[in-house]
Design a protein around this ligand. Structure first.
Ligand SMILES: Cc1cc2nc3c(=O)[nH]c(=O)nc-3n(C[C@H](O)[C@H](O)[C@H](O)COP(=O)(O)O)c2cc1C
Length: 237
């Protein structure tokens, strides 16, 4: 087992932080490491907004009331970004057509890979963090708060800081139910029921809903309006 694999297997999201800064040099190192993630055609179709002022964190917390945001030493907003692409493309063509699913996949995947690299780099230095996807549920307001231009949108944020809590590693689905040999193998509903039990055992008294109930809450209703509306406003849909 390598140190890297050990670190990856020890990951837990951290949502409570000590009132302690992250030195500028550490943050630069973390972000530079994050930036080395692969990206579609090396387009690097994302940007990161580094938020360190308490005022801005508090303003974001008002929109997205996640305690990790206001406690974080730094909040990193990962933005799907085809604004640079528009400028580059305009050197060669009068037509720019970023609208559609492919543009969203390119930007979201690029942002996600850079984000995961960033979180892992932070963890390797002893910091902790949590990805905050709920920023998308207030996409229009978040876009306004951070002055996001056309062809950009918030994908997620990462709250990072010095951990003030420790959890056991959250058990994942059995590998055999996620990794298939040679072709897809649809899983029976029993596998979900089994994982409900695993999750209930892990969460213990903290559990309020089961894993499958959370799936129902997420996918049993139409998507929140703000994500799509903002993408339309930013000319990505
Ligand atoms: C795209 C994405 C969005 C997430 N959004 C949130 C969020 O808004 N709030 C939160 O508390 N956790 C959020 N999480 C963290 C997940 O809940 C967490 O990763 C998952 O439960 C697994 O737990 P672990 O990271 O501790 O292993 C998000 C994770 C991902 C990958």
């Amino acid at each position: 087992m390598t140190e890297t694999i050990k670190l990856m297997k020890a990951h837990t999201s951290v949502r409570r932080f000590k009132e302690q800064e992250i030195p500028q040099a550490d943050l630069e190192e973390i972000l530079t490491a994050g930036q080395m993630a692969s990206s579609w055609k090396n387009f690097q179709s994302y940007s990161v907004i580094r938020v360190r002022s308490q005022e801005k964190k508090d303003a974001l917390y008002e929109l997205v009331p996640q305690e990790a945001i206001r406690q974080s030493a730094a909040f990193l907003l990962f933005v799907g970004d085809l604004n640079r692409a528009e400028k580059g493309a305009s050197l060669h063509t009068d037509t720019f057509q970023p609208q559609g699913v492919e543009g969203l996949l390119i930007t979201s995947v690029d942002a996600a890979l850079a984000g995961q690299n960033t979180l892992l780099a932070a963890e390797s230095l002893g910091y902790g963090g949590v990805i905050i996807g709920l920023v998308r549920y207030k996409s229009e307001e978040v876009a306004a708060l951070f002055n996001l231009p056309d062809y950009t949108y918030p994908v997620f944020g990462i709250a990072i800081g010095v951990p003030d809590q420790q959890h056991d590693v959250k058990p994942r689905l059995p590998l055999s139910q996620v990794v298939f040999e040679e072709e897809y193998q649809e899983q029976p509903v029993e596998t979900v029921l089994d994982y409900d039990k695993v999750q209930a055992d892990y969460a213990g008294a903290r559990a309020t809903t089961s894993w499958s109930q959370r799936l129902a809450e997420q996918f049993g209703q139409a998507e929140p309006r703000s994500t799509r509306k903002n993408l339309e406003q930013k000319k990505l849909l």
